[in-house]
Design a protein around this ligand. Structure first.
Ligand code: PLP
Length: 239
């Protein structure tokens, strides 16, 4: 597959090492154990061979935004990584998603949860899901509003075939990452509330290349890093 010269010069193993160092430093600042933090390499538009390079560099978790794109790479990279769906899922893609993904991070409606649960059961699987919350209040963002999260959890928790394991949010694109701190803090507060309803909040997925250190200081244990691992993305998809 043809790749641009710029993409070829990116040293993924070196990038992964650098990101891991920054994770360790942010964890230390927050008095946290870096071993409990997972790096999810966000691989949208990145060719399968590059994803395989990240896996060879020790990345155990791959994040994908689109089911069709993930399916093509999953064929090549396979089960050497855990696959996370981090983009919005259309219900008509639930069957493929249930086949590929270990964790679906973007559940934001009971209907979507039901579609995944039904497909997972048909495959004899139980899929871990995170509930996506729109913590920034931006209109264009997926995710349930904070005051609707309790209702979503109660609707989703009884479904066989999926298991709620935490929350996910996408911070707003602030010029200063520090400005996103209240959004991350809100997700942590919401997780504590859900725990009181009996939820298992094993994962808090928050933080991307520009703001993961702030997210880690607030308690993230899944950070989704694309550019920081694979370099800048081309404008058009080329998987
Ligand atoms: C693309 C993407 C990321 C990674 O973004 P970078 O800024 O490249 O680190 C993380 N989360 C989601 C949901 C994404 O779509």
């Amino acid at each position: 597959m043809a790749m641009s010269g710029a993409a070829e010069t990116v040293n993924i193993a070196a990038n992964v090492a650098r990101i891991r160092e920054r994770i360790a430093r942010a964890a230390a600042r927050a008095g946290r154990n870096p071993d409990e933090i997972r790096l999810v390499a966000a691989a949208k538009t990145v060719a399968a061979a590059r994803v395989a390079e990240a896996v060879a560099a020790g990345v155990a978790d791959i994040g994908e935004n689109y089911v069709q794109e993930a399916a093509a790479k999953y064929e090549q990279v396979g089960k050497s990584a855990r696959w996370h769906l981090i983009g919005h899922l259309q219900r008509n893609k639930a069957a493929s998603a249930a086949r590929i993904f270990d964790i679906i991070q973007t559940v934001d409606s009971p209907r979507l949860a039901e579609a995944i649960a039904t497909r997972a059961q048909a495959l004899g699987r139980t899929i871990d899901v995170l509930l996506q919350v729109n913590t920034s209040g931006e209109d264009a963002k997926s995710g349930v509003a904070p005051d609707e999260l309790g209702g979503l959890f109660e609707a989703v928790a009884p479904l066989a075939g999926i298991r709620v394991q935490g929350l996910m949010t996408i911070g707003a694109m602030h010029a200063e990452p520090e400005a996103g701190r209240p959004e991350f803090r809100l997700l942590v507060e919401l997780a504590a509330k859900l725990e009181q309803l009996g939820a298992e909040m094993k994962w808090l997925s928050m933080g991307m290349s520009h703001d993961f250190e702030v997210a880690l200081e607030e308690g993230a244990n899944l950070v989704r890093i694309g550019t920081g691992v694979f370099g800048p993305r081309p404008s058009a998809a080329r998987w």
